[in-house]
Design a binder for this molecule. Sequence first.
Ligand code: S3P
Length: 168
Amino acid sequence: MSHLILVGFMGCGKSKLGRRLSYRLRRPFLDTDKEIEMEQEASINQIFAEHGEAYFRSLETNCLKALLWEKEEHVVSTGGGIVIREENRELMKMLGTVVYLKVSPLTVYERLKGDNSRPLLQGTNQLEKITRMMSQRKHYYEAAAHYVVEVDGKSLDELTEEVRNLII
Ligand code: S3P
């Protein structure tokens, strides 16, 4: 079984690209954030506020484990912090091909300005927060991935083709 798994920082476009790829590759799409929200019947913000980040990370691990039993090859988009846990990085490598969508802090800042659905980016000094978190996570994304794809300045169509070419 070889799923296509997209990882990368918040706002790098994993879900949008994942949906497009699932259409182009004719494979079902799964978004770990959406799966978790559906299963918990709560938003990511609520889960973080009520149970904390560690609990959310365990839900991400459970979600990846459930994918081990999937019979069909999926396109999977993940939450930006899924790579932090070593167990998750190992699970993803077992599950298929992992593509890291690499984006610049400024692009993320521009895309997520005014967004309040990401609990870890709330408050002031957003660009600073994004830059710091990204540099802390950089090596986790690189360790998790088989391929790195630069996102800045590319259209959705270009990115779709680039990722598709990696796996066909
Ligand atoms: C997170 C990223 C979010 C979501 C949660 C935590 C992170 O997903 O899982 O808010 O730690 O980077 P997106 O990358 O889809 O925004």
